[in-house]
Design a protein around this ligand. Structure first.
Ligand code: KG4
Ligand code: ZN
Length: 347
């Protein structure tokens, strides 16, 4: 089975063709960073309009790169949630229309299921069951995964998601959007001994997360530094604060992942979503899993953040299991992953 995948839930237009036997045939991505940068964050209306402009040319390019035509496709998959409603509508309406024109089935895909299954695109994919640490701009979730669609939510963010905390703290540090990778780059220059930030909710049982306090801690630290060192705050101090913030997020995520692994006895952990591109996090999680006698799995870097390949893969699993959405489509900006149906052949 060969599927076109379309991702337009936020600020990247991503497309890919995945073939069940041959793997990924082609993928293309257009990032909207340049559009949103001057506003310091994603402007939903501009995001939708840019998806409209870029999606069809990107799909044309994809067919050219794969050297195939639409007649060789068996289905179309597109993200229908969670995400920005207007942005989702673009991918869903274009995807559903193309599927109709080509006479193939169509299916809406859950964006976080896409992230969760992204490590399956790698040469050595994890076997089920595994624990998934999903860390993106909108989600911080620990999920026990028994198979495709068999998801048990073990922990969730009570306020800001990890990526959101990175982005907001980056703004406090005057870094450009998207803040996560910028903050991480600055942190590499920082002295890890200078400041120590709290590890929220690690002193009590449970697997939930709360990162909004860290942003406030960063703000207070910056204000203190401004008083003692003057403004503009020296570059080294900003780097030291970035380092302390990153260490706190990474350490907190690591502690909760270790707890989930110990509680379940499942020794395979995958990390996915934008923040899983963070090198320090990958290092620390890798070390921890090695100590626990298990293994950590990640998507390649470009499939950590939003992309079409993960949507093509997830859609392919569901279409192969006989699911499809018929001729109608709807988008679901808020959509708990536990509402997804479990696929029997995988469970
Ligand atoms: O999965 P994603 O591309 O989009 C959502 O579904 O939200 O994740 C984007 C998030 C942003 O908050 C971004 O700052 C963060 O992932 N991010 C990072 C890194 N790369 C992306 N955070 C920390 N370190 C990174 N290297
Ligand atoms: Zn995402």
């Amino acid at each position: 089975m060969r599927i076109l995948g379309i991702e337009t839930s936020c600020d990247e237009t991503g497309v890919a063709i995945y073939d069940h036997d041959q793997g990924l045939l082609a993928e293309a991505l257009h990032s909207q960073i340049a559009i949103h940068q001057e506003y310091g964050g994603v402007v939903p209306e501009l995001a939708s309009r840019d998806h409209v402009r870029k999606l069809l040319p990107l799909i044309r390019q994809l067919f050219a790169d794969a050297d195939i035509g639409p007649e060789s496709l068996d289905g179309v998959a597109f993200t229908t949630g969670p995400g920005l409603v207007g942005a989702l509508m673009v991918g869903a309406s274009v995807g559903r229309s193309l599927a109709w024109a080509w006479g193939v089935p169509a299916i809406g895909v859950h964006h976080m299921e896409g992230h969760l299954l992204a490590p399956m695109l790698e040469a050595e994919p994890p076997e089920f069951p595994f624990i998934a640490m999903l860390v993106s701009g909108g989600h911080t979730q620990l999920v026990e995964v028994q198979g495709v669609g068999h998801y048990h939510l073990m922990g969730d963010s009570l306020d800001d998601a990890a990526g959101e905390a990175f982005d907001k703290t980056a703004k406090l540090l005057d870094l450009p959007y998207p803040g996560g990778p910028e903050l991480s780059r600055l942190a590499t220059q920082g002295n890890p001994e200078r400041y120590r930030f709290p590890r929220p909710m690690t002193d009590r049982p449970g697997l939930d997360f709360s990162f909004s306090g860290l942003k406030t801690f960063a703000l207070n630290t910056l204000q203190d530094a401004a008083k003692t060192e003057g403004e503009p705050i020296p570059e080294q101090t900003r780097a030291d604060i970035a380092r302390a913030f990153e260490e706190a997020v990474v350490d907190t995520l690591m502690i909760k992942c270790r707890r989930a692994v110990r509680e379940t006895g499942i020794k395979r952990l995958i990390m996915a979503g934008g923040v899983s591109a963070n090198q320090r996090l990958r290092e620390r999680i890798g070390e921890m899993m090695a100590k626990e006698g298990g293994a950590a799995y990640y998507p390649r870097l470009k499939f950590c953040t939003d992309n079409g390949a993960m949507i093509a893969y997830a859609g392919c699993q569901r279409l192969m299991a006989g699911e499809n959405d018929g001729l109608s489509f709807s988008v679901t900006p808020r959509w708990p992953m536990e509402e997804l149906s479990g696929l029997s052949q995988a469970g």
